[in-house]
Write a protein that binds this ligand. Structure first.
Ligand code: NAD
Length: 264
């Protein structure tokens, strides 16, 4: 299968590192023009350079905007009038006991993880439908289904994304536009590695080993028994954005290494 996205314009939110950067590289490799997004000009420049290292002739631009509020989404819409592919990747995560999560933190999770995707889908979906082609992908999580009690505030936002993606897919019915969610399991992104770093140093082990140990103890249902790489997640996203994935819409596509212990 040859995925060819030349002529398509893609926007990947929070794509200066982690899973988002790998998705940006994958889409650029498939020929799409990719708009990167990060919170600062510096991180956007570094992201652009990172994509160019892998895909020297990539069609690229970047927007510095913080998607934790409406102003950030507006800045993106102003700089980028229409897109054919929207990947809602921006998301924050981290453990915190439920009884210590105040309204302000709940609000910031809801704004960054859910409302950023609401705002951008509202801005771009109708144009995609009018043009008869489009792809929207929400980067949710296995935590949408296996709600982690130590990250309840995160799990709730990831389940909300599934609901949003499914509903938007129905809104876009018969239009040539697909909307899907991708559910990564533990993935060795920058954020995930940062989360493990302190523990790895304390126990004198490598990050790789700390990742394996984390998955096997904290996510024991994992079938692969290790974190996925960011590229493994990006491959699924690039497929979901491809012409070839035209019969897949309203789906929750797992790249969770088998963590969610159900068949369907
Ligand atoms: P990461 O922390 O490694 O990278 C996130 C990138 O987003 C960084 O470059 C950061 O600068 C940028 N960013 C953060 N907040 C932003 C904001 N408000 N506006 C714009 N940019 C912002 O993250 P990741 O692990 O690659 O996660 C990406 C997505 O994948 C998230 O939605 C996350 O919930 C989901 N996910 C991750 C894992 C995992 O194990 N890493 C598992 C399941 C789902």
């Amino acid at each position: 299968m040859q995925i060819d996205l030349s002529g398509k314009r893609a926007l990947v939110t929070a794509s200066t590192g982690g899973i988002g950067l790998a998705i940006a590289i994958g889409l650029a490799r498939a020929g799409a023009h990719v708009t990167l997004n990060g919170r600062s000009e510096d991180s956007v420049q570094r992201g652009l350079e990172a994509v160019r290292e892998h895909v020297p002739d990539a069609g690229l631009d970047g927007i510095a905007a913080d998607l934790s509020d409406a102003a950030g989404a507006r800045a993106i819409m102003k700089a980028c009038a229409e897109v054919d592919i929207l990947v809602n990747n921006a998301g924050i995560y981290g453990p915190k006991p439920f009884f210590e999560v105040d309204d302000e933190l709940w609000e910031s999770y809801l704004q960054t993880n859910v409302m950023s995707g609401v705002r951008l889908s509202r801005a771009y979906l109708q144009g995609m439908m009018a043009r008869g082609w489009g792809r929207i992908v929400f980067i949710s999580s296995e935590s949408a289904l296996n709600i982690p009690p130590d990250m309840l505030h995160y799990g709730v936002t990831k389940t909300a994304q599934l609901s949003l993606a499914r509903g938007l897919a129905k809104l876009a019915r018969h239009s040539g536009v697909t909307v899907n969610s991708v559910l990564p399991g533990p993935t060795a992104s920058d954020g995930f590695v940062a989360m493990l770093k302190e523990q790895a140093e304390k126990e004198g082990k490598s990050i790789e080993q700390a990742g394996i140990d984390f998955v096997r103890s904290a996510r024991p249902s994992s079938i692969i028994g290790r974190p996925a790489s960011v590229e493994e997640v990006a491959n699924m996203v690039v497929y979901a954005c491809s012409e070839q994935a035209s019969a897949t819409s309203g789906a929750a596509l797992r790249v969770d290494g088998g963590v969610v212990d159900t068949i369907a």
